[in-house]
Design a protein around this ligand. Sequence first.
Ligand code: GAR
Length: 304
Amino acid sequence: MLLFFSSICIMLENLQKKWKVSASQLGLILCTFAVTGSLTAYISRSITSWIGFDENTLLLWRILLRMGVLIFGYQVIILIVAFLFGQFPFFWNYEKKILHRMGLLKSLKISNEKFNVAIFASGAGSNAKKIIEHFENHPFIDISLVVCNKPGAGVIHIASNANIPLMMIERHIFLDTDKYVQDIKNQGITHIVLAGFLWKIPQTLIAAFPEHILNIHPALLPKYGGKGMYGSHVHEAVIAAGEPFSGISIHLVDEQYDHGQTLFQAEVPISADDTPDSLAAKIHVLEHEHYPLVIEGWILGSTF
Ligand code: GAR
């Protein structure tokens, strides 16, 4: 019995991670599936008897009618039930993916709902690379721009290899003007993700993209965040403090360093022989595994 319950818990935890949803949202999603299943079966039975099909009707006709309701009716019913449970955005994205896989999306002309993402990065760009790879050929999300503040940074080559337009930005322009904000808007950018971008985001940019800028920080915020806490400085401080764990935090950007609402965290244990470099490597593994998926869930409307 205990084994049964612990397998159910593990299964639920895996679903939660896969869909990047909170425990309460997972509950509502599962309720939506359960209610939709029963309602579809009931409607399918009612339609069959309303049409007058009975045991004398050819079995093939009965099966075809039932299958029609189950396959097509289900897709409509699930959206209605999802709406009642407050889960319409989650299920609508799910439906759009199915339609896309069936090749129906273009003919329904709803494929123009693309989100355009700008990646801001200052360094090697390993996160930027993973994000670009993840969204290659994505039906709803395009990585449309890379913004970099450091001449010679690795991310410049990553953008050029992926044929993504690059915007180089200087410090005084970034901090004291807002023309570049308009340029970014004019390029149709809807979301910004920071992937190792080491300047504080100015108020003008935050005001132009409210709640639409995401950052990844290589520690478990609120600890080891703030001014000067970036890259190896973070890992040195974590090891010097003798922490047993470190990890990553993915959060919305507000006016303060590493401060906005945290959407996702993941941990990694620190062993006695870890150095800042070995910890950085462990953290990069976590970042590459989770950041693209969290970005996808955030943009497509999942709540966390
Ligand atoms: C990443 O570990 C990211 O979390 C960190 O910079 C690294 C960039 O690596 N960001 C910060 O420290 C922001 N405070 P990458 O260039 O290989 O993606």
